[in-house]
Design a protein around this ligand. Sequence first.
Ligand SMILES: CC(C)(COP(=O)(O)OP(=O)(O)OC[C@H]1O[C@@H](n2cnc3c(N)ncnc32)[C@H](O)[C@@H]1OP(=O)(O)O)[C@@H](O)C(=O)NCCC(=O)NCCS
Length: 147
Amino acid sequence: MAVEVREVEEADVEVVLMLLGQLSDSPAEACSPVDVRRTWQKIRRQHGRTLLVATVDGTPAGTADVTIVPNFTHGCRPWAIVENVVVDRRQRRRGVGRALLADIIRRAHDNGCYKVQLLSNRRRTEAHVFYRSLGFETTAEGFRLYL
Ligand SMILES: CC(C)(COP(=O)(O)OP(=O)(O)OC[C@H]1O[C@@H](n2cnc3c(N)ncnc32)[C@H](O)[C@@H]1OP(=O)(O)O)[C@@H](O)C(=O)NCCC(=O)NCCS
């Protein structure tokens, strides 16, 4: 089984949307095709933003979204922020998530980041075990204001 991680291309967008639909057990709010196209154009032009897809033997099996953020503290070293990490239900516990996060951590190193940061809902206890297994620690309280 070969797991590879690469940047999302336009042809992957549909499968990425299918994977993102597995982020939650409740049905995701769908985007119209026009919104999908517009959003993809914005994402691909955003400096520092990278959508990743992990493939297993060439088949898309997971995705993650990382942004490198310029910063004035820590000697002007940026940070990396991670969102929307999900692996296809049929491909979990095979190292796909680990490969995605390893790629993100490598990108963060290559960009001189001083930290990789993410939030994960309290109820996602399995994801917390996953992040801890990769060295992430719960050193902060996360605050959100849903709009
Ligand atoms: C969390 C998630 C991304 C992990 O992806 P994955 O490909 O299954 O994880 P990996 O196979 O790379 O696991 C790496 C290590 O993490 C830990 N781990 C992963 N899933 C775990 C689980 N369900 N229970 C306990 N430990 C787990 C294990 O230590 C594992 O190593 P091991 O299999 O050698 O024991 C995946 O379960 C998922 O998509 N969950 C639903 C969406 C989600 O919660 N995303 C996170 C949003 S913050």
